[in-house]
Design a protein around this ligand. Structure first.
Ligand SMILES: [Ca+2]
Ligand SMILES: [Ca+2]
Ligand SMILES: [Ca+2]
Ligand SMILES: [Ca+2]
Length: 420
């Protein structure tokens, strides 16, 4: 042993000399032996692949909740004993697989090879939680029990904050093990939109994995919906979007005339509307018995009737100095003006029209201007007219969205005016 160590040390020194160009000592090297470790040499070693750390037990999820199905694959190529047959592992007392939570376990638990020649072994089991009423109906919702055989039928009780562990004694005395946490999550709720109009239905979505209580069947949760105008509201049932999503959707229709009932909610214009999910499976720091209300908000805001988009007011007639007139003389220019207010949250294009009729209802003058009014802006608009004949006239003003394709944006105004 000492001899060999000193030899290695010695050749190390020679290598350094070679690098420095000290070729004189080269003949002392043993030229018959290759210092490199070739493929044949490498084959004698197990060299870890540091990019893919050896993790022979993998879970299908990073964490689980109290009623989850847990799926596990164990990579154990040494136990692919027959390349033409599905092999089994873990079901013998000598090299067992153990599935467990902190307080409960099944052992041995058989796993089955995924294919005849994969070396990957699969097992699943279901967590059965503990006695607890999760939906508020007074009845416990899971059936806690620890039972069943691998690879598919295992049942394991667990607590709210727990961990699931799978261990495999791959070789005598060598146990590989992996764990994943079990925890409740705080539910979430949201409306599909930030506001709704009378013709629309609303969709409310609750997300709470803890309430996927039955695997491969649709579960439901209750959602209370209410509005400013009806604080009592109604309760709807939200249904799981697929058998194992833990995401639940409920529908709401709106009424402004009937009582709230079923999925119908009474609302008034401008109401805030609410959806409340009571999470009885809340994580720490809540206690197991806590009921945590999670509330989402939206609004009910019907379309503004088009005639109210702009308020038109204060129709009056003035001279070119801005003095208000009750009458005018023929041949003098007058100004017909109104005040406009944009009631909308967006800018509006508009056309302001002035129509003047004589005593016989004949239109003797029609003029307009076009413009844009900003949200909440108040704007004075005017058109000029030079009357050419004495008489009594009717002055009407209109606010349309355009001349080409007119749609009224405000109520019309009318005054009578005398030219003397
Ligand atoms: Ca096999
Ligand atoms: Ca219950
Ligand atoms: Ca389900
Ligand atoms: Ca929950």
């Amino acid at each position: 042993m000492n001899t060999k160590l000193s030899y290695i040390f010695y050749t190390g020194i020679i290598t350094i000399f070679l690098l420095l160009g000290a070729t004189a000592l080269a003949e002392t090297e043993d030229e018959d032996e290759n210092d490199e470790c070739d493929e044949k040499c490498l084959a004698e070693f197990h060299i870890p692949d540091y990019d893919k750390p050896f993790a022979p037990i993998t879970f299908n999820k990073k964490s689980y909740t109290w009623g989850s199905q847990v799926r596990v694959i164990i990579y154990a190529p040494s136990w692919n004993q027959d390349k033409n047959k599905i092999d089994f592992i873990g079901d013998e007392a000598t090299l067992p697989i153990k599935i467990s939570t902190r307080g409960h376990f099944r052992e041995p638990y058989q796993f089955i090879e995924l294919g005849p020649n994969t070396g990957q072994f699969f097992g699943k089991f279901k967590l059965t939680g503990f006695s607890h009423d999760a939906n508020g109906d007074g009845i416990s919702d899971l059936s806690p029990r620890t039972s069943g055989e691998g690879p598919y039928k295992g049942r394991l009780e667990c607590d709210r904050n727990d961990a699931v562990t799978v261990s495999f004694e791959a070789v005598d005395g060598v146990v590989v093990v992996n764990s994943a946490p079990i925890t409740w999550e705080l539910g979430q709720i949201k409306f599909g939109q930030t506001s709704y109009k009378p013709s629309m239905d609303a969709i409310v979505t609750v997300s709470d994995q803890d309430m996927n209580l039955i695997h491969n069947k649709l579960n439901t949760v209750k959602v209370d919906v209410y509005s400013d105008s009806d604080a009592g509201g109604t309760t709807i049932t939200a249904v799981e979007t697929d058998v194992n999503t833990g995401i639940f959707e409920g529908h709401i229709t709106f009424t402004q005339t009937d009582n709230s009932n079923g999925d119908r909610l009474f609302v008034s214009n401008g109401d805030t509307i609410f959806a409340r999910y009571t999470d009885r499976t809340a994580p720490q720091p809540y206690s197991i018995e806590d009921e945590v209300d999670i509330v989402a908000q939206s609004t009910f805001s019907p379309d503004t009737p088009t005639l109210n988009k702009i308020t038109q007011q204060n129709l009056q007639v003035s001279d070119n100095q801005g003095n208000l007139l009750n009458s005018a003389e023929e041949g003098h220019q007058i100004f017909i003006q109104s005040n406009l207010v944009n009631n909308m949250e967006n800018p509006l294009q508009f056309a302001y029209l002035v129509q003047i009729k004589d005593e016989n209802d004949n239109v003797i003058n029609l003029s307009w201007m076009a413009g844009t009014i900003q949200p909440q802006q108040s704007m004075d608009v005017s058109q000029s007219w030079i009357p050419t004949q004495k008489g009594n006239y009717k002055i009407e003003t209109f606010v349309w969205d355009s001349i080409a394709d007119p749609m009224p944006l405000a109520k019309n105004q009318m005054i009578e005016f005398t030219i003397s």
